[in-house]
Design a binder for this molecule. Structure first.
Ligand code: TRP
Length: 374
């Protein structure tokens, strides 16, 4: 059996550097490694709608943004199937059957859903008290999205799901569903494995304000579609070491976002090009720790490094931006390919569950005989 990748993103905004180090960069490498028989990259609009029912326009507008970000980073529709989740209705049918294999209390224990409920200010009790003060209740669709995600993964018989550690509970829940399904209905579904980012500094990029995570709502993101000038301005205001006031002062590298970004992005050749006085990032860090190295100098290096990485991405983006119709046509073809793959799995699922009545000649024959004998 070949190796198959399925992964994706919710189209709630443009993709940023956090996505790039956490997933996009890796996906392009995996795509070009030739190690995988099939790669499916999904724009998870249906999942995004589970907590954006009141704002479908936001999702609608961001589908093209995510597609442009994918293409400009080097995902290639010739090698990877790029598709839109809602255009593969087979996924809904699978999810509906999987719902019978998961208990409410199991869903309640999913730590990612738990923390997302808190983050979104959903209230678990919307039945009492002053209705004007009542929190927004949890939509059932949102609550059950881990089950829908299990159908995303299993529909394509994915063996490998490249994703961040926040997705671990989702993959775990998918594996449980697969085991349950296979033990009740017979070996049908493939058990997937998560593929976590490989390098510790790639796990999570902090925001430009030093907060744990880049997030659109915090306004601390550098987007892949930012111009060179926007990147320069954002880096110049970045959080460093608040106690490093004068250049002579010793500075801290840990928790200093500028150095965290250099950890994630800089390579030895960047030093040759932009900072020949230092052989490596370690030397630069040592000088910063000792004192005598100013933030501006380090930030200028980071600006050069980021723009060097982003320039080819910007160039490809500009080209795809001139052909929006072609991008949608590519997504339509991808969605058709994805749909055919999901339909095949769904047929196997229906057969395994024995709900394939019309093709089940045994069922019809045995009931014919039973009624004849009556
Ligand atoms: N939950 C993922 C996210 O929020 C998006 C997603 C939907 C996904 N279905 C998936 C990721 C299947 C991996 C596999 O980013």
């Amino acid at each position: 059996m070949g190796k198959i990748i399925l992964t994706g993103d919710r189209p709630t905004g443009k993709l940023h550097l956090g996505h790039f180090v956490g997933s996009l960069r890796r996906r392009v490498e995996l795509q070009n490694s030739g190690e995988f028989d099939k790669i499916f990259i999904m724009i998870a609009d249906a999942q995004a709608l589970t907590d954006n029912a009141d704002n479908p326009e936001k999702i609608r507008q961001n589908i093209i943004e995510v597609a442009l970000d994918y293409l400009s980073c080097g995902l290639d529709p010739e090698k990877s199937t790029l598709f839109i989740q809602s255009q593969v209705p087979e996924l809904c049918e699978l999810a509906f059957y999987y719902m019978n294999l998961v208990t409410v209390s199991r869903l309640e224990r999913n730590p990612t859903v738990k923390s997302e409920i808190l983050m979104r200010g959903f209230s678990t009790d919307d039945s009492e008290g002053d209705p004007t003060q009542r929190g927004k209740g949890i939509p059932v669709g949102f609550y059950t999205y881990p089950i829908s995600q299990a159908s995303d993964i299993t529909a394509f018989k994915a063996t490998t799901v490249p994703a961040g550690e926040d997705q671990e509970p989702m993959i775990e829940q998918t594996r449980e569903i697969v085991h349950k399904f296979n033990s009740i209905y017979g070996e049908t579904l493939v058990t997937p494995e998560i593929m976590l980012p490989d390098n510790a500094s790639c796990m999570r990029l902090p925001g430009t304000d030093g907060k744990a995570k880049m997030s659109k709502s915090l306004g601390n993101c550098i987007y892949l579609s930012d111009t060179a000038d926007e990147v320069r301005k954002k880096v110049m205001t970045m959080y460093t070491d608040p106690n490093h006031l004068r250049v002579e002062d010793p500075g801290k590298v840990e928790g200093n976002a500028v150095f965290t970004y250099l950890d994630a992005f800089s390579r030895p050749e960047h030093f040759e090009r932009y900072m020949p006085d230092y052989a490596s990032l370690d030397e630069l860090k040592a000088h910063y720790r000792r004192g005598g190295l100013g933030d501006v100098k380090v930030k200028k290096l980071l600006i050069a490094v980021l723009n060097e990485i982003l320039d080819p991405i910007r160039e490809r983006r500009r080209c795809f931006e001139q052909n929006i119709g072609d991008v949608y046509a590519m997504l339509e073809r991808g969605s058709e390919t994805a749909r055919a793959a999901a339909a095949e799995t769904l047929n196997e699922v229906r057969r395994a569950m024995r709900i394939n009545y019309f093709e089940d000649k045994d069922l019809i024959r045995s009931q014919t005989e039973m009624y004849k004998a009556k």
